[in-house]
Design a protein around this ligand. Structure first.
Ligand SMILES: *[C@@H]1O[C@H](CO)[C@@H](O)[C@H](O)[C@H]1NC(C)=O
Ligand SMILES: *[C@@H]1O[C@H](CO)[C@@H](O)[C@H](O)[C@H]1NC(C)=O
Ligand SMILES: *[C@@H]1O[C@H](CO)[C@@H](O)[C@H](O)[C@H]1NC(C)=O
Ligand SMILES: *[C@@H]1O[C@H](CO)[C@@H](O)[C@H](O)[C@H]1NC(C)=O
Ligand SMILES: *[C@@H]1O[C@H](CO)[C@@H](O)[C@H](O)[C@H]1NC(C)=O
Length: 497
């Protein structure tokens, strides 16, 4: 049996490798930043084909990574690759945070070499460059007429072309299937038969794509805060609208019951509805942002408010052991209290100053991974009607609708459109973790992803929030037991934290 197993692994390596261009042996060297050096990390680069659908055309690009080596080589289990999500967040930054102890990382996981591989176009891996001026001039995502729709489409095209002009062909190849192929190139370069993977949020989509393409090339895969990449345009919007609104409702109840919540005793829903209704009528004005050096935009649109509220709902409280000050439900209440009194500063969007930004790789990846077929104002208005009904307070005005509106008219093909990632055959099981009430990756998406990943288990967290591992609670313990010992809980397991 052992022999057969070995043979089949060898055969599938040969089959899944169209080219060997990627198999440079990694040369680990001193990292570029002092912080990484101090934290004991080392760094490496890997060259991969620019276009995985045409890997032999000679065009390559460079990926960057850092590594926090296993604590004791004698008990080392293997390589654990991390992705923190976004899309657009740099894994190298996150691994540095883990190694510095500024966010939570369990001692048992020190048995892995933890590798932060910045996905193509992100962080230090050939970051995407676009025109900041065009970004700053972007029109509203909400359109009322064909004329406004045409303006939006023209803007989207011009922005995309500015990225092509400044970055090159890479802008067409940062889709998640390409990212998954890069990860397998890394596995080969590391000389590992199988890798381990921990993905948060959008990182779960990378994991799903990897499981689909390379079902036998991972030992363990833990996905926390799950994206279901089988949903098409309108269902994505509706799923997110319900998920976000439900957490908003929990926030309102929590605030009313919490001694030091800034809005305690107020009719939060009525005030919030009024705020958004005004922003829908015309952008809200922030005098402090008139100054060009302020770094913020003086006009606040509804999507600026709902986008900011959504991401702040991610964290009910600061996880124990964090030495970072992150926005939480308490700070959200303070920000809303200001806005209800006419000070909209907390919701004024930032102004892009440079050619690079996380936001752009986020938009570009999304435009390559998701359908965005709206071809008239009526198509977008159709979506908003569902959103407004599903989410009467937050209006469903969140990330998915942002993708559908800001990618409409995108001038490049969609290499990784939504599809059901049915993992066939004897793929290793996957460990899924999700809050019942998650404002960004709603629980229903974890349920449908579980059904696509054969043999996988879903651990549901009763505590609200986006991703669970950082709370170092029961869910984290189960995830560690799985990553370290391959111990799987029951297919459906509910935890309190
Ligand atoms: C491809 O890489 C593998 C592993 O590094 C090596 O054993 C093999 O000889 C390489 N093949 C070619 C054609 O370079
Ligand atoms: C590309 O950028 C150059 C300068 O950076 C500019 O002159 C040119 O007009 C741009 N082309 C397009 C198509 O945006
Ligand atoms: C707020 O709490 C009070 C009593 O503590 C309750 O009567 C009221 O219905 C609550 N309001 C909301 C919106 O939950
Ligand atoms: C949307 O566009 C994709 C290509 O991006 C296409 O495959 C799909 O059929 C389109 N869906 C609809 C409903 O038109
Ligand atoms: C893995 O199993 C060993 C032996 O049973 C146990 O001591 C250890 O605590 C387990 N690790 C985790 C992370 O659960």
């Amino acid at each position: 049996m052992n022999l057969l197993f070995t043979l089949s692994i060898t055969a599938s390596i040969a089959l899944s490798l169209p080219t060997n261009k990627t198999s440079s042996n990694l040369k680990w060297h001193t990292c570029p930043t002092h912080a990484e050096q101090k934290a004991g990390l080392d760094c490496a680069e890997l060259n991969v084909p620019l276009d995985w659908s045409n890997p032999n055309n000679g065009k390559t690009m460079t990926l960057s990574m850092n590594r926090w080596p296993a604590k004791d080589p004698k008990t080392r289990i293997g390589a654990l690759i991390h992705n923190p999500g976004g899309p657009g967040l740099a894994a190298t930054d996150m691994v540095l945070d883990f190694a510095r102890g500024s966010t939570y990382w369990g001692e048992d996981l020190r048995r892995f070499d933890l590798i932060g591989l910045d996905p193509r176009g992100v962080g230090r891996s050939s970051p995407i460059k676009c025109s900041p001026d065009l970004w700053n001039a972007r029109p509203s995502q909400l359109v009322h007429s064909e004329e406004e729709f045409d303006k939006l489409i023209e803007h989207n095209r011009n922005f995309a072309l500015s990225c092509l002009n400044r970055t090159g062909e890479l802008v067409k190849h940062i889709d998640t299937l390409s990212v998954a192929r890069d990860m397998d190139a890394l596995r080969i370069a590391l000389g590992e038969e199988k890798i381990n993977f921990y993905g948060q949020s959008y990182g779960t989509q990378i994991g799903g794509a990897y499981a689909e393409l390379f079902p036998q090339k991972y030992r363990a895969m833990a996905l926390d805060g799950n994206v279901d990449h089988s949903l098409t345009e309108v269902p994505t919007v509706v799923s997110e609208a319900y998920g976000y609104e439900a957490v908003w409702n929990h926030f309102v109840t929590w605030c009313n019951e919490t001694e030091d919540c800034a809005l305690r005793g107020q009719d939060i829903n009525a005030e919030f509805d009024k705020l958004l209704d005004e922003a829908f009528k015309s952008p809200l004005h922030v005098p402090e942002c008139e100054d060009p050096d302020s770094g913020c935009r003086p006009s606040v649109r509804p999507e600026d408010i709902t986008g900011s509220v959504q991401s702040t709902l991610d964290s009910k409280f600061v996880p124990k052991g964090y030495d970072q000050d992150i926005p939480t439900w308490r700070s959200l209440a303070k920000d809303l209290a200001k806005a209800f009194k006419g000070d909209y500063t907390p919701f004024a969007p930032g102004v892009a100053q440079d050619e690079t930004s996380d936001l752009w790789s986020q938009q570009l990846v999304n435009c390559l991974d998701w359908e965005h077929n709206a071809s008239s104002a009526a198509d977008l208005i159709h979506q908003t009607q569902f959103m407004f009904h599903a989410a009467p307070h937050t209006r469903g005005l969140a990330q998915a609708y942002g993708v559908n509106s800001m990618c409409a008219g995108w001038p490049f093909p969609v290499p990784d459109p939504p599809h059901v990632d049915i993992v066939k055959g004897d793929a290793a099981p996957v460990f899924l973790l999700n809050s019942f009430f998650d404002p960004e990756t709603p629980f229903d998406q974890a349920v449908s992803l579980q059904r696509q990943l054969k043999g996988s288990v879903l651990v549901a967290n009763r505590e609200d929030g986006h991703t669970t591992y950082q709370y170092a609670g029961e869910g984290a313990r189960l995830m560690e037991a799985y990553l370290v010992n391959l111990t799987l809980p029951a297919a459906v397991t509910v935890v309190d934290s």
